[in-house]
Write a protein of this length. Structure first.
Length: 444
């Protein structure tokens, strides 16, 4: 394993060299198995915590589940995933947005009870494990046939650009947006961009941490920060677990296998396809094929077990986070020790109310300015896939597949499947791309 300081000395050559080859562009400053020195490790992990924090706590806020449990479960889930994948994939698992509608409907149908929702999410985890076992039996050669570069490239672009509206909205670049928030977003973006391109040494690999700090200070000066949540929060407290049995003062729910539960399960088909897409993106950024090593069966298994454990504790489903993938793409730090460190920090934050409340005071415009860069990096990697594989858009077949995927994925297309599930965004775009790739003649 190369020493961290040797990597830092070479960072300018890896990231700034305009004449570098495609191979050098995918080189990591810290590779998957590399471990940084302790102090740098802490800073790098906190950078991932800031990236995932807002979205991870937003999901339980929208569904009514405990925020502290979601934060705790994201950390535990990430560690479970890291163990199951043999420490080969630098993924951070946060709260999944895909199940929000199904969970809200299930809770409402049960008169406010979380019985159906939590049982359903646990079963979703079981579905992941079953699919993983099937993949192990039948092999994964089919992945290359279903997901060639002409499908993967636009799919990655849709993942990144599909999040663009969230970044723009948070940055307040909208009608009647707050000018102060716009200024903060612009400054945050510029700090991240300048640090990642001009800084030297260790500062070059923590551009988002520095950008968030700079944006936060400016937000304080402009009166955009509210500390009331910090004042109200307790210093130490256990996460507000909801368990399927009585223990202490924790809330409880009953396992329930009625129609409200079963209605949640089809959403797993959508998130499994997103899982494949997310790991494809990360693999391209890291210069590896995670679907083959450690294998799709292990990544699905890790994601599924993490989701089942989260649901058992009263939290939301887990999923791989594009924000953290974007951090890896920008910083060229793909160490599982760094993402694992972020998981440990998340677990600690779930028990230290003051600190987690302080992080929650970071204005959305700060995260919005940072996200413009993060999501753009993901989308750009989709274009890189097409360029690296020399996809010829002079061929009508390639033009049709990419065009259909981009328009459907970014145009807000929705395909209802039953009463509780819809295909949209990345999942629907990928499905269209796969079908077109299989049915269109390759000679055209």
């Amino acid at each position: 394993m190369k020493h961290f300081e040797e990597h830092v000395e070479d960072v300018s050559l890896i990231l700034d060299e305009e004449e570098c080859s495609d191979t050098k562009q995918t080189d990591m400053i810290l590779d998957v198995g590399d471990r940084p020195p302790l102090l740098q490790w802490l800073f790098l992990s906190f950078q991932h915590v800031f990236a995932m924090f807002g979205a991870t706590i937003l999901v339980p806020t929208l569904t009514g589940l405990p925020v502290s449990v979601a934060l705790f479960a994201s950390g535990v889930g990430t560690l479970i995933y890291t163990f199951v994948t043999k420490r080969k994939v630098p993924v951070y698992l946060g709260s999944s947005f895909a199940y929000i509608s199904a969970v809200v409907i299930a809770i409402k149908a049960m008169g406010g009870s979380v019985d159906a929702a939590q049982t359903g999410l646990m079963l979703v985890g079981v579905i992941y494990v079953v699919v993983a076992l099937i993949v192990r039996v039948i092999g994964k050669e089919w992945i290359d046939k279903l997901l060639p570069p002409i499908v993967i490239g636009p799919m990655i672009a849709v993942i990144g650009l599909g999040l663009a509206a969230n970044a723009v909205s948070n940055a307040q670049f909208i009608k009647d947006g707050d000018p102060r928030a716009m200024i903060v977003a612009i400054v945050t973006f510029l700090i991240a961009a300048l640090i990642s391109t001009k800084a030297k040494g260790f500062f070059k690999i923590i551009p988002f941490l520095i950008a968030i700090l700079g944006g936060y200070v400016l937000s304080l000066c402009l009166g955009l920060v509210d500390f009331q949540a910090v004042v109200d929060a307790k210093w130490l407290s256990f996460p507000d677990f909801i368990l399927p049995f009585k223990i202490g003062n924790f809330r409880t729910y009953n396992l329930y296998f009625g129609p409200e539960t079963l209605a949640i399960l089809p959403v797993a088909l959508v998130t499994i396809s997103e899982h494949i897409g997310d790991h494809t993106v990360l693999g391209k950024i890291c210069g590896r094929n995670f679907l083959k090593d450690p294998g799709l069966e292990r990544t699905l298994m890790g994601d599924g077990i993490a989701t089942a454990v989260s649901a058992f504790l009263g939290g939301p489903a887990n999923t791989t986070y594009g924000e953290n993938t974007g951090v890896i793409g920008m910083t060229k730090i793909s160490s599982v020790y760094v993402t694992g460190g972020a998981a440990c920090i998340a677990i600690l934050l779930s028990c230290v109310g003051k600190i987690s409340a302080f992080i929650s005071t970071i204005p959305a415009c700060v995260l919005g300015g940072m996200s413009i860069l993060l999501y753009g990096v993901i989308a750009s990697n989709g274009l890189r896939v097409l360029v690296d594989n020399k996809i010829d858009f002079g061929k009508q077949r390639n033009l049709v597949i990419a065009s259909a995927m981009l328009v459907i994925g970014l145009g807000g297309a929705i395909l209802p499947v039953g009463s509780f599930m819809t295909l949209s965004g990345t999942a629907l775009s990928a499905l269209v791309g796969i079908i077109l790739n299989l049915i269109l003649p390759k000679a055209s």
